[in-house]
Design a protein around this ligand. Sequence first.
Ligand SMILES: [Fe+2]
Ligand SMILES: [Fe+2]
Length: 240
Amino acid sequence: MDTRVTEIADGIYQVSTYWAEVGPTGFRFNQYLIDDEQPLLFHTGHRATFGPVSEAIATITPVEGLRWISFGHLEADESGAMNQFLAAAPHAEVTHGALGCMVSLADLADRPPVPLADGDVIELGRHRVRHLDTPHVPHGWEARVLYEETTGTLLCGDLFTQLGDGPAITGDDIVEPSGQAEDVFGATCLTPTTGSTIRGLADLSPTTLAVMHGTCFAGDGSQALLALADDYDDRLAERS
Ligand SMILES: [Fe+2]
Ligand SMILES: [Fe+2]
């Protein structure tokens, strides 16, 4: 297992661990550290990778100084190591949408979570992250994304999931590779509102898409999101 660290936008670091045995061609699990006065971690990784992930974070900032622990939805790779990070960082708090806090995190997190309403912003210092509810996108009723406004980075979790051992970031198309991963895993919750929720994210006009699995995209994020929304609408139509 190899964990690498790459700065994918100003002050935003991808911590990426490659698991060769997952999927047909291996799979990457990415966490994001926003390095600021109030450091924020987006995705904790599995409990099993807390060691290498926390060691990688420590090359950027002390783990005990983390202020916010955050993730898109509840799942082993997104939130598995949540309580390990809470134990390692005594001033850290978990923050999530109000629904996720009420339904699950108030019980699962070892310290009380901080609930956010749709559109709420947390000031980290020179970075600002906006919480956006995206119910059932990509999956889970508590699902949400974070948008870092100063760099135009959308922390979009499992959206644009790609297989294999790709680079940290590219300007090439990631929509087609995402379709290949969807063909393999079928991980996305396809509903009549999937496409419209993703089109709402396109209105942000992000310039970097920070993905949880695979390679980040730098470029016209709106165009990529609109193409992804169309792909999901096509998939839903094929099943109806
Ligand atoms: Fe997920
Ligand atoms: Fe994931």
